[in-house]
Design a protein around this ligand. Structure first.
Ligand SMILES: NC(=O)C1=CN([C@@H]2O[C@H](COP(=O)(O)OP(=O)(O)OC[C@H]3O[C@@H](n4cnc5c(N)ncnc54)[C@H](OP(=O)(O)O)[C@@H]3O)[C@@H](O)[C@H]2O)[C@@H](O)CC1
Ligand SMILES: [K+]
Length: 478
């Protein structure tokens, strides 16, 4: 499990740990890990040009100490000091004594043009969102010369606790973060600005409280996946009722059912109009049409706007089994929910539910997912490149695996099916949503292998994703 903490939590843990170790130990651990990550990224240190962009805090200090280590391994290291009078004194002295130098103001462009790598030590967890004009000017040069950036702790300028990027910020190829992940490294748009995130253990673990954000890894999903045993039969494995599709949107029915059948359940019941029911059964003879006892419901995709479908949604929500509500069904979730409910809007649907602009939701994904979870007393899965799954209370889960190729028509219907199957298998809305998303994205990766796919391909690859996750889980825990 990847876990992320807030700046306040990190500061408290850092203070507790610092009281037990000699001065400078943590920065030394951070700089060592940072220098190693740079060497890995560059494939070596000897003869490469590394340019540090250092602000006035300890973040710049980390970069300068790492620069000293790289210089000792044969790199040519130079530093742009954004505020020379307040540059980290120890780090600067270390860099100089290892042979590094400070770039004069009129030579900055040449230094950027020459660099193989830029170390972003402008600001870390002590910073406010945004970059000051001088930092913007330097980072514009970095962008113009297309120099890859390794961000120190966080890409400077993002809102560390939310992942929001209301102001100019750094875009990194790699972010080397210390002690624990920061929320903004896991939640978009900050997560996209961070690139590949590498965590350096500096000993903070025992002092950290429960995280505010978590991200499941294959071994976590594998540990939670229901697997049948010799005593299992179709009813103990779970029956899912699917209320999806209409005469107008028949495909939604077929795709939601195909997603469900790729999950760990015993049977699917399809409830809907004759035409989608006929198509579902032609495609999947194992599906039973019509009402009956179920362990969970998926309602919503492709229902259209017919008023009688509102009753289907209301009936499912009034029942005593978990319910996933997707797409059109979300219009009919009126008051606070009771029981176990998973709502799966995309940004446009969530914006409509909360009566805000879609661009607001895109900019503040964590904020609005949490707000909706609180307002409807339900777990809210906000779809997107990094899906956010917010329960009414407790840590939010985000998904960091996947491929942009899954952004294709009907993909959300398949997602509702697999998440519903997991609900029917007895998992909580939080686990079902976050694991369903992981399996769906993994299926997308396996089906796509870098090329275009359609929603049916994702559904067809779900059993492979299941096997892949179990094998990866075994390997991770071995
Ligand atoms: N936590 C840990 O366990 C460990 C933490 N470590 C490291 O320490 C880092 C935190 O260091 P920190 O506290 O010195 O703050 P940091 O982010 O460097 O700078 C804050 C200063 O920058 C300024 N400033 C503010 N906003 C700005 C902006 N938008 N743009 C530009 N400048 C801005 C403002 O100063 P001002 O210029 O206003 O005087 C403010 O005071 C952390 O991220 C990690 O790298 C590791 O060494 C080891 C263990
Ligand atoms: K930084």
């Amino acid at each position: 499990m990847r876990t992320a903490h807030t700046v306040v939590q990190v500061r408290a843990a850092e203070a507790a740990l610092m009281a037990t170790v000699p001065d400078g130990t943590l920065m030394d651990r951070a700089a060592t890990g940072l220098a190693t990550a740079c060497v890995d990224f560059l494939g070596g240190a000897y003869g490469v040009d590394v340019l540090i962009v250092a602000g006035s805090g300890a973040n710049g200090g980390d970069a300068l100490y790492a620069g000293a280590r790289l210089a000792r391994r044969g790199a040519r290291v130079a530093a742009i000091l954004l505020n020379p009078a307040k540059a980290h004194a120890g780090g600067l002295a270390a860099l100089r004594s290892a042979g590094g130098h400070v770039v004069p103001e009129d030579e900055r462009e040449d230094a950027v043009a020459r660099a193989d790598l830029v170390l972003d030590g402008i600001v870390g967890i002590g910073g406010k969102p945004g970059l000051r004009p001088e930092a913007v000017r330097v980072m514009e040069l970095v962008q113009r010369y297309d120099v890859p950036v390794v961000a120190v702790d966080v890409p400077s300028g993002i809102d560390v606790d939310t992942g929001e990027t209301p102001e100019p910020h750094v875009r990194a190829a790699v972010t080397v973060t210390f002690g624990t992940h920061k929320v903004g490294l896991l939640v978009d748009p900050g997560a996209s600005a961070a690139g590949v995130v590498h965590l350096v253990d500096i000993g903070l673990g025992p002092y950290l409280p429960d995280p505010v954000v978590e991200s499941l890894q294959a071994s976590d999903v594998a540990a939670l996946l229901p697997v049948p045993d010799r005593t299992s039969h179709k009813y103990t494995r779970g029956v899912l009722g699917v209320v999806a599709g209409s005469d107008q949107y028949t495909g939604a029915a077929v795709l939601a059912v195909s997603g469900a059948l790729g999950g760990p359940l015993g049977m699917v019941r399809y409830v809907g109009p004759d035409e989608p029911a006929r198509l579902v059964r032609a495609r999947w003879p194992e599906v039973v049409a019509g009402e009956g006892r179920v362990q969970a419901w998926v309602v919503g995709s492709g229902l259209g706007e017919a008023p009688e479908r509102a009753e289907d949604v209301a009936r499912a929500l009034a029942g005593d089994v978990p319910v996933l509500v997707d797409a059109d069904g979300l219009r009919h979730v009126l008051g606070r929910c009771e029981g176990e409910v998973l709502l799966t809007p995309h940004e446009g649907e969530l914006a409509r539910m909360l009566e805000v602009e879609r661009t607001d939701v895109t900019a503040r994904r964590l904020h609005y997912a949490r707000e909706a979870a609180d307002r409807w007393n339900a777990t809210v899965l906000l779809k997107g490149a990094t899906t956010v799954v917010a329960p009414p209370s407790g840590p939010v889960r985000v998904n960091s695996v996947g491929t942009p190729w899954v952004a294709t028509a009907g993909s959300g219907d398949v997602l509702s099916g697999i998440c519903g199957a997991l609900l029917a298998g007895g998992l909580s809305p939080l686990d079902a949503g976050s694991m369903g998303c992981f399996l769906h994205e993994t299926a997308g990766v396996l089906a796509s292998r870098g090329g275009p796919i359609v929603a049916e391909d994702i559904a067809a690859a779900l059993p492979d994703a299941y096997r892949f996750v179990r094998e990866a889980g075994d390997a991770e825990s071995a």
